[in-house]
Design a protein around this ligand. Structure first.
Ligand code: ADP
Length: 457
């Protein structure tokens, strides 16, 4: 069992990890940048260390100072949360070299999945269907045109190092291919320091469905059901739910089995997510990527199954192994998560950091709020704008929607705009209620869901 864990992250996920550690009797050490002195994770941890200035590159992304801090406080584990260094293979290796257990997969497993072009090949080897596209990396213009011609337009140009929807460009016709490929490469270079790109067939009518897995690091893998994350803006998830309400049992079973065989093929350790696109026109599914970490939307699965995913991560990292087998995983009812961001939905989702003059989170049966916020807390401008996740559980989808409506309607967030009004409007939309949407729907209907303020007037 781990004895003392340093949490190399901030915000709600740091709070989440501290809670799981506390239940297991593991001591916690928070780290914080100068901008996060007043964050809840600093107050809740047993110990806290300031690791640098607000800029993430000089604090939460500074591997050397994080490992140094872990050694100084004699931590025997580092939990990376999500984002920052969570999917950094070198960081996982450096932790191991320093004798501090990285709570997550080995550097080797991360490397097999981090480059999305390589991950496609690993998936294909494991017998998992991938979106028709290029094999390995496609970089030069001639190669691109040949592959695109073979798979057929429209094609999606994607960054091999991609994440957060960046470095992704659609080419609907051949004349757009090279120009859009150059833009994708430039964006990928700026965002990831790696301009490698690859091609996939563009699946126009799809749902994003992902399978939660847990691995023991020795080839033993269980799946913990799937989540549907098709409500997206700029390829970023805004609402997640489970189970996926639009797939037949045979397809669901196929997804679960594919995710398990892929994770087992890399001796996956800890919590991971295998992401797929389900082509609604073809009744088929394709692997798109694996996230080798705990995800933002993990509470959806926890509400559905009662499994504490962070606890399982800590147990595996501490050598205890998984506490559950596949037959122990039982899904019940329906769960939905809304990501509440400090953004102004009516002004093109402009980030809106500032002080929460009043703050009261919703509660009641089947309602969970993961957040680091409290009344008087100042949301800093330096990091991503998520301030809370509201997650509800109910016996069925319709009741879960009603419960989410009630929870959000009673959420007191004063002093700064938030995306609560956007979510309330989305929950009321016919498309959401009747499941008549795909991954494109929100982007195309955003004006209807959230009329934009005319700032020119
Ligand atoms: P990232 O790692 O940047 O999040 P992903 O590969 O996970 O990128 O894809 C993010 C989203 O982009 C998907 O959920 C989906 O909406 C869209 N997308 C990705 N690949 C395709 C594709 N081949 N066809 C259509 N949409 C896609």
């Amino acid at each position: 069992m781990l004895r003392r864990v340093l949490i190399a992250n901030r915000g709600e996920i740091a709070v989440r990890v501290i809670r799981a550690c506390r239940e297991l009797g593991i001591e916690t050490v928070a780290v914080y940048s100068e901008a996060d002195r007043d964050s809840l994770h600093v107050r809740l941890a047993d110990k806290a260390a300031c690791i640098g200035p607000p800029q993430a590159t000089r604090s939460y992304l500074n591997a050397g100072s994080l490992i140094g801090a872990a050694m100084y406080v004699k931590a025997d584990g580092i939990h990376p949360g999500y984002g920052f260094l969570a999917e950094n293979a070198a960081f996982s290796d450096e932790c191991a070299a320093a004798g501090v257990k990285f709570v997550g997969p080995t550097g080797h497993a991360i490397r097999r999945m981090a480059d999305k072009a390589v991950a496609r090949a690993v998936a294909a080897e494991a017998g998992v269907p991938t979106v028709p596209g290029s094999d390995g990396k496609a970089v030069d213009a001639d190669g691109l045109a040949a592959v695109a011609g073979k798979i057929g337009y429209p094609v999606l140009i994607k960054a091999a190092a991609g994440g957060g929807g960046r470095g992704m460009m659609l080419a609907e016709t051949p004349d757009r291919l090279s120009r859009n490929a150059l833009s994708a490469q430039a964006e990928a270079q700026a965002a990831f320091g790696d301009s490698s790109i690859y091609l996939e067939k563009y699946i126009g009518n799809a749902r994003h469905v992902e399978v939660q897995v847990l691995g023991d690091g020795r080839g033993g893998v269980v799946h913990v059901g799937e989540r549907d994350c098709s409500m997206q803006r700029r390829h970023q998830k805004l609402v997640e739910e489970g189970p996926c309400p639009v797939i037949a049992p045979a397809l669901r079973k196929g997804l679960h089995e594919a995710a398990v065989s892929l994770a087992a093929s890399v001796d996956y350790e800890g919590a991971g997510t295998v992401e797929f696109l389900v082509d609604l026109d073809a009744d088929a599914f394709y692997f798109i990527e694996m996230n080798t970490r705990i995800q933002v939307e993990h509470p959806v699965t926890e509400m559905l199954t009662g499994v504490d995913l962070v606890r399982e991560q800590l147990l595996v990292a501490g050598g205890e192994g998984l506490s559950l087998r596949q037959k122990d995983v039982k899904l019940r009812g329906h769960a939905i998560e809304c990501r509440v961001n400090a953004e102004d939905g009516a002004r093109n989702f402009m980030p809106s950091p500032g002080t929460l003059s009043a703050y009261v989170a919703p509660g009641g049966p089947g309602v969970r709020v993961d957040s680091h916020c409290y009344a008087g807390y100042a949301v800093p401008p330096y990091y991503d704008s998520m301030i809370a996740k509201v997650v509800v559980w109910a016996p069925d989808r319709a009741q879960a929607i009603d419960r989410m409506r009630a929870a959000l309607a009673g959420y007191v967030i004063d002093g700064i705009p938030s995306t609560v009004p956007f979510h309330l409007s989305l929950l009321d939309s016919e498309a959401f209620r009747t499941n008549a949407f795909n991954t494109q729907w929100l982007e195309k209907n955003i004006e209807r869901v959230m009329p934009q303020e005319n700032t020119a007037a």
